[in-house]
Write a protein that binds this ligand. Structure first.
Ligand code: HMG
Ligand code: MG
Length: 301
């Protein structure tokens, strides 16, 4: 068994997690969450997004959050930018890494960003161009890689095609999102075998949702396929506003517990991470979505 010695986590809770919350979350609570995550040793934190506030009202305060966070040395604080307008807002907020997001399904692309896959890639061109000119790193997402809430099954070749185009355009890493959490260890391995013919494994990341309870199994399958970067969300926060059934993301605490149990280094302090998850769950007045968080802190509201 040839597992990576080190795995990099990309913490998406403050963005992918909180974007889904209907009620207003105070900027101070978002800032506290990001700072707690930095203290817990996360090296990459997705803080917010510069999208239309009409589409995702919860992310409207992202510039204020960026202005108030304590930037720990060596930590990357990134934001989602769907177009040049969002990119420019991100630059004004002092963001130094952004992510563009495409989908492997046409229907999801329309619902999420109001355009076809091809049109979305065209929109990303000027973002990548401007980012290159300013020395800003760009990550690429592909959503619905193992199934779509509107189209059902997704052909792995289609995922490989979109991921490959993002890679060719200059995204340094492509995160493959099982947005509705329908993947299994078998379908995950098959997908990665196909996509890895187009994008090197070292440039791929896994982004799993736990809707069917398969996220950790899918991480393990990905580790066996040589993937060493995973997105996760503290306390299992989140989902996607344009994907019904996309319940929580894989909880960061559960991911770290798995990885440390395998002897894989992450640089993350699990008790501090679990405390951060417990704190934001209390703020949101919801049950902690991490099983490890529940085990360490009890599962009361
Ligand atoms: P649109 O309506 O087609 O945009 O939305 P438009 O270009 O026609 O502009 C319409 C209005 O939006 C204009 O304002 C623009 O200024 C404004 P008006 O003149 O009418 O007052 N606008 C913006 N405002 C702020 N920031 C911007 C921006 N762009 C235009 N960047 C658009 C197209 C892409 C903007 C919209 O569909 C959108 O914002 N979508 C974002 C949806 C989103 O954030 N989804 C969640 C993230 S994806 C995800 O969660 C999945 C992932 O986690 C992986 C996984 O789990 O699988 C990544
Ligand atoms: Mg997600």
């Amino acid at each position: 068994m040839n597992l990576p010695a080190h795995v990099r986590l990309v913490e998406v809770g403050p963005r992918d997690g909180l974007q889904n919350e209907a009620r207003v979350i105070a900027v101070a609570d978002k800032v506290r969450l990001v700072d707690d995550l930095g203290d817990a040793g996360l090296g990459a934190i997705e803080v917010g997004s510069f999208v239309s506030p009409r589409w995702v009202p919860q992310m409207a305060g992202s510039a204020e959050v960026f202005a108030a966070i304590r930037r720990a040395p060596g930590v990357t604080y990134s934001a989602l930018t769907p177009n040049l307008q969002g990119f420019e807002q991100a630059m004004a907020a002092g963001v130094r890494e952004v992510a563009v997001f495409a989908a492997a399904s046409e229907a999801f692309s329309q619902r999420n960003i109001n355009c076809s896959i091809a049109a979305s890639l065209q929109r990303f061109e000027p973002v990548l161009h401007a980012a290159r000119a300013q020395g800003v790193a760009v990550r690429g997402y592909v959503s619905c890689v193992l199934g779509c809430p509107y189209e059902g099954e997704i052909d792995p070749q289609q995922v490989a095609a979109v991921a490959g185009q993002l890679y060719d355009m200059g995204c340094y890493e492509i995160s493959l999102g099982d947005t509705i959490g329908v993947g299994t260890a078998g379908s995950t391995r098959h997908l990665l075998e196909v996509v890895a013919r187009r994008v090197p494994r070292a440039q791929l990341a896994g982004h799993f949702h736990d809707t069917y309870g398969q996220a950790l199994a899918n991480v393990y399958a990905s580790l066996l396929e040589g993937i060493a970067v995973f997105d996760s969300s503290v306390a299992g926060l989140g989902g996607c506003p344009y994907a019904k059934g996309a319940t929580g993301n894989l909880a960061s605490e559960d991911l770290v517990y798995l990885l440390h149990g395998l002897g894989i280094h992450t640089g993350i302090d699990l008790p501090l991470l679990a405390a951060a998850g417990q704190r934001i769950s209390a703020v949101l007045e919801r049950r902690n979505g991490s099983r490890v968080g529940q085990a360490l802190h009890g599962n009361a509201l």
